[in-house]
Design a protein around this ligand. Structure first.
Ligand SMILES: *Cc1c(COP(=O)(O)O)cnc(C)c1O
Length: 339
């Protein structure tokens, strides 16, 4: 197998990093207090809560769901791994649309399963009816990456019914979007939502994610996870984070405002920009090849994600960074495009 290649992590401070959709703002100040409180011999000496019950109570209150319908994970990639191991036998079948999150195929490969990919239509909707029946697991990123596009909850419900089997709605970017599938929990059988704290909650370095599903399904998934998959510091930080919605709603407004300005500016530079419901923009250019643009930006220490999909061509996926970083990006792009 070829293995998943994570986005480049050039972490020197003078690099403008717009390639893996991290949040340009710091996490809530309450996170630092919570981690400092947990950073003592007594709590480090002992094992953490296996199911993260304190976090589950807090998240249940904030999201208005039963705490027993939440499974904690060491990043949502951990959750996706747990789901794949729980649902997919060796030689099984996994389905997902393309272009989408590239990790789904790697997870299927690791499990010794076959991937069945379903191309999105030109407007980034799945074909209807969904053509793959009987897969052991179907993944659907919503909003999708790299497109940033979204299906409304009614369309998701319809799709999940057509899929007719276990369905994972990967909501890594839901907090930036106008809609999400939370109200579908309990309405559809074997329906799971995954969330991450890496993007909206600005904790990519800490590693935290969760699954939301009916409690009886969560109990089965818990059998598959490592007993202590989230450490005390991550659990303390995640609890403080989800309880500080006020702080994050301010960050959301700022990122969405930058996203709007950035889309206009990139369009003026000649890019075809797909309207986004996330903290990144999917950009193509009708006249200029994209790989040289990516490379020229990199020599200027600006990192964006160049994606090339065999079935649908290439594009640049650019994270909505801080206003200063985006200004630098736009200035450099204007220079590059003049050459
Ligand atoms: C970033 C991302 C994830 C993974 O998030 P982690 O919690 O950092 O593992 C999962 N799915 C999609 C679509 C993503 O973009």
């Amino acid at each position: 197998m070829s293995g998943y290649t994570p986005g480049e992590q050039m972490n020197s401070p003078d690099v403008v990093k717009l390639n893996t959709n991290e949040n340009p703002y710091a996490p809530s100040p309450r996170v630092f207090e919570a981690v400092a409180d947990a950073l003592n011999g007594q709590s480090l000496r002992k094992y953490p809560q296996p199911l993260g019950d304190t976090f589950r109570q807090a998240a249940g209150r904030v999201l208005n769901v039963d705490p027993d319908s939440i499974l904690v994970g060491n990043g949502s990639d951990d959750i996706l791994t747990i789901l794949t191991r729980a649902f997919v036998p060796e030689g099984g079948r996994v389905a997902f649309p393309t272009p989408s999150y590239v990790l789904y195929k790697s997870l299927a490969d690791i499990q010794g399963a076959t991937s069945q990919t379903v191309p999105f239509t030109r407007d980034w909707t799945p074909p209807s009816p969904w053509p793959v029946r009987g897969a052991h697991l179907t993944y659907f990123a919503n909003p999708n990456s790299p497109s940033g596009t979204i299906l409304r909850r009614e369309a998701i419900a319809q799709l999940a019914e057509q899929v007719g089997g276990p369905f994972v709605l990967d909501e890594a970017y839901a907090e930036f979007a106008e809609d999400n599938g939370l109200s579908l929990i309990g309405q559809l059988p074997d329906f799971v939502i995954t969330r991450t704290f890496s993007k909206f909650y600005a904790l990519a370095g800490l590693r935290f994610g969760m699954a939301i599903a009916e409690p009886k399904l969560i109990r089965e998934l818990a059998k598959v996870k490592d007993s202590y998959n989230c450490d005390v510091l991550a659990l303390a930080a995640a609890t403080a984070t989800i309880e500080d919605q006020e702080y994050y709603s301010d960050i959301r407004s700022r990122i969405l405002a930058t996203r709007g300005r950035m889309a206009v500016a990139l369009t003026e530079l000649g890019f075809a920009v797909t309207p986004s419901q996330t903290n990144f923009l999917w950009c193509r250019h009708p006249e200029r090849p994209l790989k040289p643009i990516y490379e020229a930006l990199k020599t200027k220490k600006i990192l964006v994600r160049y994606m090339n999909y065999p079935d649908s061509g290439d594009g640049l996926r650019i994270t909505v960074g801080s206003p200063k970083d985006i200004e630098r990006l736009l200035t450099e792009l204007a220079v590059i495009l003049k050459q």
